[in-house]
Design a protein around this ligand. Structure first.
Ligand code: C2O
Ligand code: CU
Ligand code: CU
Length: 475
C-alpha cells in the first residue's frame, strides 16, 4: 500500500505549480476506479457485422466541477473498444456531427485503400461514411483516430480516437487472460494540459510544432489518476500510446518485470520479459503482469518529445496504481511459444525514405525525401500485394515514429542489426532515432485502387500536420 500513498503524495507535489492545486488535491485524495471504454460488438446484419460510430462534440468532467470541451465517438471523449473477428465481414457507419470535415482512419488494419479513412476519405457535416471490408488482421490491439487533412493533431487532442480489438483462433487457443474488465484491460494513454477553466487548448507554439504537443497531466482512458483494482493473480494490459507528441518509457515504480506478448500487429513469437517498454505515439503493446505477490504496484511513464536526443526526458508521470485484492493464487505459467511468425518475405524493391529538415538546427520544415506533403501529389506507385524494403534514414536531430497505412510491416534491421525480440513481430509504427537507418519489409494491400491514396507519415501528430507525410497509390 505504500506505493499508493507515495503516488498520491507525488501527484499533489507535482500539482503545486498548477493554478487549481486545491481541486487536484481533493481529487487525488480519493482515487476513482479505472473506467474502461465500452466494448462494442456491433450487430449482425445479413452476415455483416455492423457498427455505428457517431463523432460529436462533448463535455467531459476531467477535473471536478469543470466541464472540458471534447470530441468523442459514441461518448463525450474517446470512443468504444470495437471488437472484430478475423475473417468476418464488417461495415462501420461513421457519422460526423462535428460541424467540420473529418476523417476516421483504421490504424493498423489491412484493407482495400478506399476503406482506410485517410484524408482523402473526408466526411462532411451530417454525412455518414460506411466502409466495408473483411477483417484480415491477426488478433491484436489496433485503433481508430482522426485523420482530416491538417487537422489530425487538433481532433485527436480533443478526443477523436478509440481502440479496436481483433480476435482470432490462434490467440483464442492460448492460455492467456482475455476477459475484458476482469483480467484483460485496455489502457489508452495520453497526456494533456488543462487551463484554469479546465479546457485543453490546442495552440501550438513553435516549440510544440517541433517537439510535438505534450501535456503535464496523464490521462488513462480519459481519466486523471484512476486506480485499477484486480482480483486475479495475473492480468493482461493492452496499452495504446494515443498521445499527440509523447513517447512513453513505461515501467513500474517497484522495478518489477513483466512480459510483452504482442506488438502493433498481434502476438510476438514468444513472451519477452522486460522491466521497461517504449511506446511511441500510435504504437501498441500487450503485456502480462504477474500480481501473485499480492503487492500493489504503480505503472509510470517517463515522457520524451521528438527532441529527446537533445533535450532528454520531459519528466516521469504516475500513470496507474494497480492494486490486487488479497489472497492471491500463484499465476499460471505463460506459454513458451505464442505464435509461429514466418520470416519476413523477400523484398522486390527498395523504397528509400530520407527524413530531413530544410533549415539549420531545430528549425525548418520536416521533409520526407526532400518534400513536404502535398495533398494533390502522389509520391509513388506501389505494386499491389508486393513487399518492398522501406529504408528510413533519419538525418534530423529528432525522433520520428514512422507509420505506413495499408497493413503491417516487419523490421528487418536497425542500423544494420536485427530487431530486438519485442520489435521482431508485426509492426505498423517504428520509432526512428536521429542518425538511425531502419529497414522494414512492407507488404502492400492486395487490391489496387488508383482513386484512394494511402499515407505514410511521422506519428507525432504535429509533425504529420506540418507536412511530414507522403502518399502512395496501390496498383
Ligand atoms: Cu495512426 Cu495515418 O495514422
Ligand atoms: Cu494508420
Ligand atoms: Cu516526426
Amino acid at each position: 500500500m505504500s506505493v499508493l500513498r507515495l503516488s498520491r503524495r507525488t501527484l499533489i507535489a507535482s500539482a503545486l505549480a498548477a493554478p487549481f492545486v486545491t481541486r487536484l488535491r481533493a481529487f487525488a485524495a480519493e482515487p476513482k476506479a479505472l473506467v474502461l471504454p465500452k466494448l462494442d460488438e456491433g450487430r449482425l446484419v445479413d452476415g455483416v457485422r455492423e457498427f455505428d460510430l457517431t463523432v460529436a462534440l462533448g463535455k467531459t468532467e476531467f477535473l471536478p466541477g469543470l466541464l472540458t470541451d471534447t470530441v468523442g465517438i459514441n461518448a463525450p471523449f474517446l470512443g468504444p473498444l470495437v471488437k472484430l473477428r478475423a475473417g468476418e465481414a464488417v461495415r462501420l457507419n461513421v457519422t460526423s456531427t462535428l460541424g467540420q470535415k473529418i476523417a476516421l482512419h483504421w490504424h493498423g488494419l489491412a484493407l482495400p485503400p478506399a476503406m482506410d479513412g485517410g484524408p482523402h476519405q473526408a466526411i462532411g457535416q451530417n454525412e455518414t461514411w460506411s466502409p466495408e471490408f473483411t477483417v484480415a488482421n491477426r488478433a491484436g490491439t489496433y485503433w481508430f483516430h482522426a485523420h482530416a487533412h491538417g487537422k489530425t493533431g487538433l481532433h485527436v487532442w480533443g478526443g477523436m480516437a478509440g481502440a479496436i480489438r481483433v480476435e482470432d483462433e490462434e490467440e483464442a487457443a492460448l492460455p492467456l487472460p482475455r476477459t475484458y474488465g476482469e483480467d484483460d484491460f485496455l489502457l489508452i494513454l495520453q497526456d494533456r494540459t488543462f487551463d484554469d477553466k479546465g479546457q485543453m487548448p490546442y495552440n501550438l507554439t513553435v516549440h510544440d510544432k517541433m517537439a510535438g504537443l505534450q501535456g503535464d497531466t496523464m490521462l488513462v482512458n480519459g481519466q486523471i489518476a484512476p486506480e485499477l483494482r484486480v482480483t486475479v493473480p495475473r492480468i493482461r494490459l493492452r496499452i495504446l500510446n494515443g498521445a499527440n507528441g509523447s513517447i512513453y518509457r513505461l515501467h513500474f515504480a517497484d522495478g518489477r518485470s513483466f512480459a510483452q506478448i504482442a506488438s502493433d500487429g498481434g502476438l510476438l513469437a514468444a513472451p519477452v520479459q522486460m522491466t521497461e517498454s517504449w511506446l511511441a505515439p500510435g504504437e501498441r503493446g500487450e503485456y502480462i503482469l504477474d500480481l501473485s505477490d499480492g503487492e500493489a504496484t504503480l505503472l509510470r511513464a517517463e515522457l520524451f518529445g521528438a527532441e529527446a536526443a537533445v533535450m532528454g526526458p520531459v519528466g516521469i508521470k504516475d500513470v496507474l496504481p494497480i492494486v490486487p485484492s488479497g489472497g492471491q493464487a500463484p499465476a499460471p505459467a505463460l506459454p513458451a511459444i505464442l505464435s509461429n511468425i514466418a520470416a519476413p518475405v523477400e523484398t522486390s524493391a527498395d523504397r528509400p525514405m530520407v527524413l530531413s529538415m530544410s533549415g539549420e538546427g531545430m528549425m525548418g520544415d520536416l521533409l520526407i525525401n526532400g518534400a513536404q506533403y502535398d495533398h494533390e501529389r502522389i509520391d509513388f506507385l506501389a505494386p499491389a500485394g508486393a513487399t518492398e524494403r522501406w529504408i528510413f534514414d533519419n538525418k534530423t536531430p529528432m525522433l520520428h515514429p514512422m507509420h505506413i497505412h495499408g497493413g503491417q510491416f516487419r523490421i528487418l534491421t536497425r542500423n544494420g542489426a536485427p530487431p530486438a525480440p519485442a520489435e521482431a513481430g508485426l509492426k505498423d509504427v517504428v520509432l526512428v532515432h536521429p542518425d538511425e537507418k531502419v529497414e522494414v519489409a512492407m507488404t502492400y494491400p492486395a487490391q489496387g485502387d488508383l482513386s484512394a491514396p494511402l499515407m505514410y507519415h511521422c506519428h507525432i501528430l504535429e509533425h504529420e500536420d506540418a507536412g511530414m507525410m507522403g502518399q502512395f497509390v496501390v496498383m
